[in-house]
Design a binder for this molecule. Structure first.
Ligand code: UT7
Length: 331
């Protein structure tokens, strides 16, 4: 099978993590939990929490500035900003527009993509299509999440899992270098939307005193069901993306999976036939940063020299929607 030629390349990535580290022991002082429970069930040891006043747009702009600096791209050169988030700063307007203002990308158009933990991969796909159609030269894909603002701090089964952070990538229309997005496979299944959601507070059931009292505007998750679906869907997505790329597991230099739970990561790696030394893990330091997990992982892996020229990187994610997807990148 002829290997597909990337239409879009990644010029650079960047990340921004708030300074405040909250360990499992810190949480154990505030609620009925323990470092042992969190570590053994999830692999998480700590997460970052953004302070009041540092919003999703600030996190996103922090990551984007680093990516643009590395890519040597000026704000005025950006044609489109795709901001992926489950934690928009406002219901209206899009956080992408607020981020655009912070960055000074005055020649761009900007919009949000909401696909939860799969958001970055969805956003990359959207930007790829836009650039490949010849509508622009440079795209900024940002994944920014202030999960601490939407989790229920009285629900120990979810609040210990998430963290705040942002990652970004600068994309450019490919010029035949062979680098970039080689293949992707995206899916969703809205029939399972109730497994992971914020049940109320949107247009279907606008915010009310009752909703606030029952905390139904915050994240609700059926952990076990989500877990099972995550393993199945991420495994399937890896298969499809690799097949489309004309590659096998042996060709993959690094797997950068969504960082929800070390047990899900290990199961995905096992299914994909990849040893753990070819898998990037940072869930221990940051917890689940939803859409930001994959781009932060890509950026750290690059910085640590685990990705080099010619590397094949497989990324895979899964989240609320349900949504999932995988993407093969050549660096
Ligand atoms: O990004 C995609 C979205 N998220 C995910 O992919 C997460 C997917 N799900 C998971 O990772 C796992 O289901 C969890 C880590 C959330 C939970 O692990 P589990 O092994 O499925 O535990 P469980 O929910 O079945 O709970 C087991 C026990 C319960 O006690 P009982 O009923 O057995 O007495 C819980 O009350 O653990 C208890 N528990 C806790 N104990 C201490 C739940 N949360 C905690 C906690 N600390 N934080």
């Amino acid at each position: 099978m002829k290997k597909p030629e990337p239409l879009v390349e990644i010029l650079a990535t960047g990340r921004y993590l708030p300074d405040q580290v909250v360990t499992n022991d810190d949480l154990a002082q505030r609620m009925e939990t323990s470092d042992e429970w969190i570590r053994t069930r999830t692999g998480i040891r700590a997460r970052r929490i953004a302070p009041d006043g540092v919003n999703t747009a600030h996190l996103g702009a922090g990551a984007a500035r680093k990516a643009m600096e590395k890519a040597d791209v000026e704000p005025g050169e950006v044609d489109v900003i795709v901001l992926c988030t489950s934690t928009p700063d406002h219901w209206m307007p899009a956080t992408a527009c607020e981020t655009q203002a912070l960055l000074g990308c005055t020649n761009a158009w900007a919009f949000d993509v909401m696909a939860a933990c799969s958001g970055f991969l969805y956003g990359m796909s959207v930007a790829e299509g836009y650039l490949a159609a010849g509508r622009g030269e440079i795209a900024l894909v940002i994944a920014a999440e202030k999960m601490s603002s939407i989790i229920n701090w009285n629900d120990r089964s979810t609040c210990v899992l998430f963290g705040d952070g942002a990652g970004a990538a600068v994309l450019r229309r490919a010029n035949g270098s062979g680098r970039g997005i080689v293949a992707s496979h995206m899916r969703s299944d809205g029939r399972l939307s109730n497994l992971l959601c914020r049940p109320a507070g949107g247009a279907a059931e606008p915010i009310s005193q009752g909703i606030l009292e029952q905390a139904r505007h915050l994240v609700h998750m059926e952990g076990r069901e989500v877990f099972k679906n995550a393993v199945r869907s991420m495994a399937e997505a890896c298969d499809f993306a690799l097949q489309q790329a004309g590659l096998t597991a042996g060709d993959v230099d690094l797997l950068v999976p969504h960082q929800a739970n070390i047990r899900i990561i290990e199961a995905t790696a096992k299914y994909a036939n990849l040893p753990m030394d070819k898998v990037f893990v940072n869930v221990d330091r940051y917890g689940n940063m939803s859409s930001a997990s994959v781009p932060v992982g890509l950026d750290e892996a690059d910085e640590q020299g685990r990705i080099g020229a010619g590397s094949h990187v497989l990324t895979v994610a899964f989240g609320a929607g349900l949504t999932w997807g995988a993407m093969v990148l050549r660096y």
